[in-house]
Ligand binder design. Structure first.
Ligand code: ADP
Ligand code: MG
Length: 293
């Protein structure tokens, strides 16, 4: 039989828009030490669009966009969508690309006009061991200070352009961090994005711990690191990449609008897609626990 108090807090949770798949996780929420949030799409709205382009040498901005949109033609990543949209808005026709390949947590590549072309972040550049032209470094530094995500276009092993994408912090994220702190819970952020962007968002929100430039296969290890410090950890995420970390966390919480894989890996699903429900979850768990004594 289900203990009455558990049944009560589960239905209370349901009424607050939370789907509880694991009741033990719901009970454990009262003792949480740290909540780890994925950045993109969880604390932020998701990539909003390409706001600036820097092209080097004889490459024009529109040529860079045509190439990048071609390489991103097959990708479902939010960055890919933003680049394809920017190319459409400017009336640029993407070139023909073949042999699409995703490079997990780094970017994508494809063959265009017999050349291998890549689009990806800083960790793609380090993997390719490419030398970045000073114009692109300056551009990326400035973009990073403004919390903009930068991806590079690499042709023939040479970075030839960079794109800055603007994302927006969700209104609720400010309240979530403050409310969790009031409950005595630490807040961490986990992202594949660059140190610059991660630090800017963390400072803006008052987040305690930042894990940036984390590859998808390493995200769950960051959760383990916190657990090894004796912490009871919740992870909140929405993406395919977040699934192992959601599984590893003591409490895995998926944003309801997230990918199926994330939702299936979670103990609790926030049906209303509102990160503030994490705070409600802790409060319901604590209130139920007090009733039990
Ligand atoms: P997160 O969801 O934490 O931002 P991802 O693993 O999805 O992390 O992506 C990490 C980084 O890899 C991105 O910030 C970007 O630099 C790069 N990246 C991933 N996919 C793409 C893509 N389709 N196009 C360009 N860059 C990409
Ligand atoms: Mg995400």
């Amino acid at each position: 039989a289900i203990p009455l108090v558990v049944a009560i807090n589960t239905s209370l949770a349901a009424r607050n828009g939370m789907l509880v798949r694991d009741r033990i996780a719901m009970e454990q929420a009262r003792d949480l030490d740290t909540v780890v949030f994925d950045k993109t799409g969880t604390l932020t709205e998701g990539e909003q669009g390409v706001v600036e382009i820097e092209a080097v040498g004889d490459v024009t901005q529109n040529e860079a966009l045509a190439l990048a949109a071609a390489v991103e033609g097959d990708s479902e990543h939010m960055i890919a969508e933003a680049i394809r949209e920017a190319s459409a808005e400017r009336g640029v026709t993407p070139q023909n690309a073949t042999g699409f390949e995703a490079i997990k947590g780094r970017g994508v590549r494809a063959t265009v006009d017999g050349e291998m072309v890549y689009v990806g972040g800083p960790n793609l550049l380090s993997q390719l061991d490419s030398e970045v032209p000073p114009e692109l470094t300056t551009f990326a530094d400035r973009a990073g200070e403004n919390a903009r995500t930068v991806v590079y276009l690499v042709r023939n092993d040479e970075p030839v352009a960079a794109f800055a994408l603007a994302d927006v912090i969700r209104e609720e994220s400010y309240q979530v961090v403050d409310a969790l702190h009031e409950l005595g819970i630490e807040v961490a952020m986990l992202t594949g994005d660059s140190e610059d962007v991660a630090r800017a968002v963390a400072e803006e929100l008052g987040i305690d711990t930042v894990f940036a430039e984390v590859l998808p296969e390493d995200k769950d290890k960051k959760v383990s690191e916190l657990q090894e410090q004796g912490k009871l950890v919740a992870m909140v995420g929405d993406g395919v990449n977040d699934a192992p970390a959601l599984t590893r966390a003591d409490i895995g919480i998926a944003i309801g609008s997230g990918t199926d894989v994330a939702v299936q890996s979670a103990d609790i699903i926030l049906v209303q897609n509102n990160p503030l429900d994490v705070v409600r979850l802790v409060k319901i768990s604590r209130a139920s626990y007090r009733k039990m004594q």
